[in-house]
Design a protein around this ligand. Structure first.
Ligand SMILES: Cc1cc2nc3c(=O)[nH]c(=O)nc-3n(C[C@H](O)[C@H](O)[C@H](O)COP(=O)(O)OP(=O)(O)OC[C@H]3O[C@@H](n4cnc5c(N)ncnc54)[C@H](O)[C@@H]3O)c2cc1C
Length: 539
């Protein structure tokens, strides 16, 4: 059955970015929010640390800007950094107005602020160690209660719908084809403005801290529709994720290393001191690189993080969550070393947007992890990402609200045509290709890259994309097929971006080009159907 849904604004994604936008617009517009799983199945729910903002009198916008620029290794766009940081206090105030309960100082009314790597001041506001859950559950409650917001769970957007704009003589986006996971049908969603808030693409790697939704769908859809994509080579890896076939994505907090946990080879030997004089306390990217190096050298599936030399009472008091989670898999961290691998954690690149969240296509916006605003440069500073979600959702909302009345109602889009495809005959094609992409991306385009590895990856992705396209053209779509097609495209964009960068900078490290180039440049990929439409940003 093919249904048509009409709204003023279609938001694809229900994380911090999508929900903030929905709530900011819903008093003026009829809004649809799509979520490919349940509403809380994005990265937002899992965020632990907190949100960076200038909230303390001792802190300043200048200091937050300087720290972010420093972390970004010369590639941040200072205007975007300033734009974000200047709005950080208002973003937090808005979250508090929505009802988010942040942790307060013991016995006081002031909020407790923590400090994380790269930040020169205490500026991370948080809700204990589960900030994402506190923010997300509050926003979810609010959108469910709002009469102007229609929520569609288990709906995965497949592709954008475009139509000609007769005034500008350019294409404008007017909706999306959407597959309903429950009914297995594709419907048409149309709206005057469409917003991509689909999160990152870290699932393209074998090991990831992200939930299953992070396939880069929005980046792939925007590229296919004709938008530029930038800086996809900058993938942030968290050094220690629990390695167990049934553990899913569980981060082992850096605080363990802070309290003396040691990284060890399978033989029990320490190795970090060979890589950095700070040993286990070296910055995240150095630790991740060292683990990757040793795993590749030894052909080992994982390495080990050991805190068992500390008193049992200390471990239990400080790390109850890690202890409990590991025990579920038979690992007693008071006695055993924890098997760990680094894991893809954050996608710094994405769909090129300006400060209103506008993409290259008329009426199409991108916000949150799926977008490229220029804030993160070559390395995201901890806790700046949720901030970016809120700030850009708010600025996109303002821009959409001011332009809706001048946008014509979209013309009726053609229904999805499934008349020439057959049922999938062999789902093993999908599962095999899915695994193969994630494995070779890990081995060849992961934490440490070389020219040869990237060449191998280029060769592999071309073959796989041919096979996936052939399968997609001839068979009915399914959730896994939609995600696989996007994952393959995002993998291609990462490989192309990494191959173009002939230097090591921030999160991109190449053994063939270990030095940083004198001039910092973004890697901007331009699709063949790119029509210079909304002319503004970052050239
Ligand atoms: C374990 C972990 C800890 C983190 N800790 C922090 C932290 O402390 N501080 C911080 O600032 N950042 C942190 N981050 C990063 C931060 O959580 C994310 O960058 C941020 O939540 C992204 O929000 P988002 O709204 O862009 O996307 P998400 O929250 O990932 O939401 C994406 C949404 O898009 C939907 N979606 C995707 N594709 C489709 C499609 N095709 N059709 C329909 N819907 C779709 C998904 O269902 C989901 O609803 C952490 C991330 C992880 C994984």
């Amino acid at each position: 059955m093919n249904t048509h849904n009409h709204h003023d604004v279609l938001i694809i994604g229900s994380g911090a970015a999508g929900l903030t936008l929905a709530l900011s617009l819903a008093n003026q517009a009829k809004v649809a929010v799509l979520s490919k799983g349940a509403l809380n199945e994005g990265s937002t729910w899992f965020a632990q640390g907190g949100i960076a903002a200038v909230l303390d009198n001792q802190d300043s916008v200048e200091a937050h800007v300087a720290d972010t620029l420093d972390a970004g290794a010369g590639l941040c766009h200072e205007d975007s950094v300033r734009f974000t940081v200047e709005r950080s206090k208002a973003a937090i105030e808005w979250l508090i107005e929505q009802g988010v309960e942040f942790t307060k100082q013991q016995g006081g009314d002031d909020y407790h602020l923590t400090q994380e790597g790269g930040h020169s001041h205490r500026r991370i506001i948080h809700s204990a160690d589960a900030t994402g859950k506190a923010v997300h559950s509050t926003l979810i409650e609010r959108i469910i209660a709002h009469p102007n917001i229609d929520v569609f769970e288990h709906h995965i957007a497949v592709d954008l719908i475009t139509e000609p704009d007769h005034v500008s003589r350019q294409l404008r986006v007017s909706g999306a084809y959407t597959y309903n996971r429950d009914t297995e049908c594709v419907s048409v969603f149309q709206a005057k403005s469409v917003v991509m808030a689909t999160g990152g693409a870290s699932k393209v790697y074998l090991y990831s801290s992200n939930p299953d939704s992070a396939c880069g769908d929005g980046i792939a859809m925007a590229w296919r529709a004709g938008c530029r994509i930038a800086n996809m080579e900058f993938n942030q890896f968290h050094p220690t994720c629990l390695y167990h076939p049934k553990a899913g994505s569980f981060l082992v907090t850096e605080a363990l290393r802070g309290e003396g946990a040691l990284l060890k080879l399978p033989s029990g030997e320490r190795f970090m001191d060979k890589f950095d004089e700070r040993g286990e306390l070296a910055p995240r990217d150095i630790v991740a690189r060292a683990i990757d190096h040793e795993m590749k050298r030894l052909g080992s599936d994982c390495l080990f993080l050991d805190i068992s030399h500390k008193p049992e009472a200390f471990i239990t008091e400080h790390f109850p969550t890690v202890k409990a989670r590991c025990l579920e898999f038979g690992i007693d961290i008071t006695r055993d070393a924890i098997p760990v691998v680094p894991a893809a954690h954050y996608t710094c690149g994405g769909v090129v947007v300006n400060q209103n969240g506008q993409t290259d296509l008329q009426n199409l916006y991108a916000i949150g992890e799926t977008s490229f605003t220029g804030l993160h440069g070559a390395n995201r500073m901890a806790s700046n990402s949720l901030l970016e979600c809120i700030v850009y959702a708010k600025s996109a909302a303002e821009h959409i609200a001011s332009s809706l009345s001048s946008i014509p109602t979209p013309s009726a889009a053609p229904a999805w045509d499934a008349s020439r495809v057959t049922d999938s005959d062999e789902d093993v094609v999908i599962s095999h290709n899915w695994d193969e992409i994630r494995r070779f991306m890990w081995d060849y385009v992961g934490i440490v890259r070389t020219h040869k590895r990237l060449e191998r990856a280029t060769h592999r992705i071309k073959l796989l994309q041919k096979e996936i396209l052939e399968y997609y053209t001839n068979h009915k779509v399914s959730n896994d097929l939609i995600e696989l097609r996007n994952l393959a495209l995002v993998a291609e964009l990462i490989i192309r971006s990494a191959s173009q960068r002939k230097e090591s900078r921030g999160l991109h490290y190449s053994l063939d080009y270990p030095k940083q180039a004198a001039v910092a440049r973004d890697t901007i990929l331009v699709p063949t159907n790119f029509a210079a439409q909304a002319i503004f940003v970052h050239n």
